[in-house]
Ligand binder design. Structure first.
Ligand code: ATP
Length: 714
């Protein structure tokens, strides 16, 4: 789409206001008529009034012009009011279209688009379009009409008196000076309303997964509309003031023009000024200077607005990836279960993120998806909630392909608890209620009790009316999770989806919340993604994924007996004892033997090494190891998640049971990567100095470690 096309599109959006627009153009013709009247007046002034020395005609001409100026100006003020409404409506309509379209766009769009990109369309771009359209009449249409007229009149001009026009400048500035204070404060008001609107949009962008999962589109839209209405009012007020400011300059020059006409006519009467000089003054003053100046300033603005309009159109023409089919049915309450049949899916159309996945989840059962990071666990949940459609194969509930049912009826049966849960800037009660707007206060309380958060809420001075604050920052991680669970439960979902719901919590909170979840899950179908295996041992079925495929499936005992990927994952996370508070950990000697460089170490020495480890806790976002530093510690990650970075780029993610930095025990080489925590981490740390003390007591320790290390690098 070119800029011209986008501007044409913009004209199209004015379509519904055609009637009002026609009135505005008609009122603009009055302005042009006034200029024509002024020119034609010269003829009567010169031929009749001056030629025949008739004072009555002179008086009549001056009077009729004065009346016209006042009438046309008043009509102009009315026109400005109409036009500022048109522009206010146009901008509100564009905002509404963009926001409504955003509610239809799929999660895929949000994961590849930065929030600011979307927000700037609502602020900078829309503001530029709005300002340009507002200036369209006074800076575009009117000056063009005037230029046309003045070109006809130019034959009558005498430029020598043009200097007289300079007198009008201070007069023309007087009006804007008087109005500038009010206009500036109206501009501040508008900016504030705009900021409120941008925040509302920002919140909606951040909460899209939740809005989708709980079908909050309509609620979000109506909340947004209130703010949009306030901004519409402020915009229209500011627009009106800006236009009156412009008009006041024109009004002063026009009044001056009439006065000069009277005075000039009088002077000509007295024989002190020629008729040609008199006419030249009028024409010069009114037209060319101002009009050409306006148009010259307007053109750059117009092309800038064309660019902004292009960006707005880009958003509006973005096609939703997931849409209800025209024939979509309402999904009946689930009776049998969920089935994925040979599902293949890719986020970017190149790499398969799920590859031929087939599985069944009977109604009422609890299943877990486990496997290495990036293996596709969360992607399966996204497909079951139909955030995306599979490229091949089908996801169905009771035999209904999800592509054939309405998203609303599907989402009505699901509720989800994420690792990070968004809380809206409203009361706790309303936050829980978002999942089911019809929920009574009693139902909200029941859900909060079931989620084990009722007592905490009741102890707050304002109880359930307490504001959740910016994104729920006033609550601890565990409390936020409980609020999210309450929100999910108030929906009474058939299918409860847990996506790493307890991963970001400390050990003590995790255990308690897992108990709460287990209670709340009774009678529901539970789909849980977790990288921590403790809670999955009691689940009805476990799916072990790797590389987008389900490699193993069964109960905990069955999968351990298979001795495959799940058993290895279990092994990796076993062998640690952590105090309930999570502040002290221990590792068993047997578990140490799984660490490659310790595999050949004697039993007794391993026990001594195990005792030499100290527990260290790291908050999320802490860099534990810096690339390039001399290493002096070996770390075992007992619980938590870290990322491994080389030159700032992530090369791996490690979690419970992984270890790093072991070579620091043997050599003082520089670290070849940085390690930064993603979630809170509990580590067992062995310092080189402790280790060297051990080596002195067990002389063949170093040798057996070097042998193992050499074997590993072969
Ligand atoms: P983790 O335990 O780290 O959350 P996971 O097993 O849940 O991993 P998924 O989140 O399902 O893995 O991701 C599977 C693959 O798809 C990964 O390679 C990931 O990088 C990629 N992926 C996930 N979400 C997107 C997205 N929105 N756009 C593009 N690629 C994505």
């Amino acid at each position: 789409m070119t800029i011209t096309q986008s501007l044409r599109k913009l004209l199209g959006y004015l379509g519904p206001q055609r009637g009002r627009m026609a009135l505005v153009v008609l009122a603009s013709l009055l302005d042009m008529g006034l200029n024509a009247q002024l020119s034609v007046s010269f003829k009567y002034l010169i031929d009749k009034a001056i030629g025949e020395k008739n004072e009555r005609i002179l008086g009549l001409i001056v009077l009729s012009l004065a009346v016209s100026v006042v009438v046309v100006s008043l009509a102009g003020v009315w026109r400005d009011r109409q036009y500022s409404r048109i522009v206010g409506n146009l901008a509100a309509d564009l905002r509404h279209r963009m926001f409504e379209h955003m509610q239809r766009l799929s999660l895929g769009y949000y994961s590849r688009t930065q929030a600011g990109e979307i927000l700037s369309r609502f602020s900078g771009d829309l503001a530029s379009v709005e300002a340009t359209v507002l200036n369209g009449v006074p800076w575009g249409i009117l000056p063009l009409l005037d230029i046309l007229l003045s070109t006809i009149l130019i034959f009558l001009l005498d430029w020598r008196l043009a200097l007289v026009a300079l007198v009008s400048f201070p007069l023309a500035l007087a009006g804007p000076r008087l109005l500038s204070g009010r206009t500036a404060s109206a501009a501040v008001d508008r900016r504030q309303e705009e900021a409120g609107l941008v925040s509302a949009v920002q919140e909606n962008v951040a909460a899209q997964a939740l809005v989708k999962a709980f079908g909050l589109e309509r609620m979000a839209l109506s909340k947004f509309e209130q703010q949009n209405g306030r901004l519409r009012g402020a915009s229209s007020r500011l627009g009106f003031l800006m236009l009156v400011m412009e008009r006041s300059a024109g009004f002063s020059t026009q009044i001056l023009q009439v006065a000069v006409m009277g005075a000039g006519g009088y002077l000509v009467f007295r024989g002190q000024m020629t008729v040609g000089t008199f006419a030249a003054f009028q024409s010069l003053f009114v037209t060319l200077a101002n009009s050409i100046g306006y148009v010259a300033q307007y053109l750059p603005q117009l092309s800038q607005a064309g660019g902004s309009m292009l960006r707005i159109e880009e958003l509006l023409s973005e096609a939703p990836q997931v849409e209800d089919a025209g024939t979509a049915l309402n999904l009946p309450v689930m009776r049998r279960g969920i089935e994925l049949r040979d599902v293949t899916f890719s986020y970017n159309g190149q790499r398969k993120n799920l590859d031929g996945v087939s599985l069944r989840i009977p109604r009422g059962s609890s299943v877990a998806f486990v496997g290495p990071s990036g293996s596709g666990k969360s992607t399966i949940l996204s497909l079951v909630m139909r955030f995306y459609d599979p490229a091949k194969g089908s996801v169905s509930i009771d035999g209904f392909d999800l592509k054939q049912v309405t998203q609303e009826s599907l989402r009505a049966q699901t509720a989800v608890v994420f690792q990070e849960n968004f809380l809206f800037e409203t009361s706790i009660r309303e936050n829980i209620r978002t999942a089911r707007p019809s929920a009574t206060d009693a139902e909200i309380e029941t859900a909060a009790r079931a989620a084990g958060i009722h007592d905490v809420i009741s102890a707050l001075p304002e109880g359930y009316d307490t504001s959740a604050g910016q994104g729920g920052k006033r609550f601890s991680g565990g409390q936020r999770q409980r609020l999210a669970i309450a929100r999910a439960l108030v929906r009474n979902p058939e299918i409860l989806v847990l996506d790493e719901a307890t991963s970001a919590l400390d050990g003590a909170s995790e255990t308690l919340i897992n108990e709460t979840i287990a209670r709340a899950s009774a009678g529901r179908t539970v789909l849980s993604v977790t990288h921590r295996l403790g809670p999955v041992t009691t689940m009805d079925r476990i799916f072990f994924l790797d590389g987008g495929r389900v490699l193993e499936e069964g109960t905990h005992a069955e999968l351990l007996a298979r001795n495959g990927g799940y058993a290895r994952l279990w092994q990796k996370q076993s062998g640690f004892v952590v105090t309930p508070a999570g502040d002290r950990a221990q590792v068993t000697p047997a578990r140490l033997r799984d660490i490659a460089i310790l595999s050949a170490v004697e039993e007794q020495t391993l026990a001594e090494i195990a005792r030499s480890f100290l527990t260290e806790l790291f908050p999320a976002g802490r860099t534990i190891v810096h690339e390039g530093d001399i290493g002096d510690k070996f770390y075992i990650l007992v619980r938590g998640t870290v990322e491994v970075l080389k030159a700032g780029a992530r090369v791996a993610v490690l979690d419970d049971g992984d270890y790093f930095g072991e070579m620091a025990l043997l050599t003082d080489a520089r670290r070849n990567a940085s390690v930064r925590t993603i979630a809170e981490c509990t580590c067992l740390v062995l310092a080189r100095e402790h280790f060297h003390a051990l080596m002195e007591r067990a002389p063949n320790l170093r040798e057996s470690m070097l042998t193992a290390a050499a074997a590993r690098t072969k």
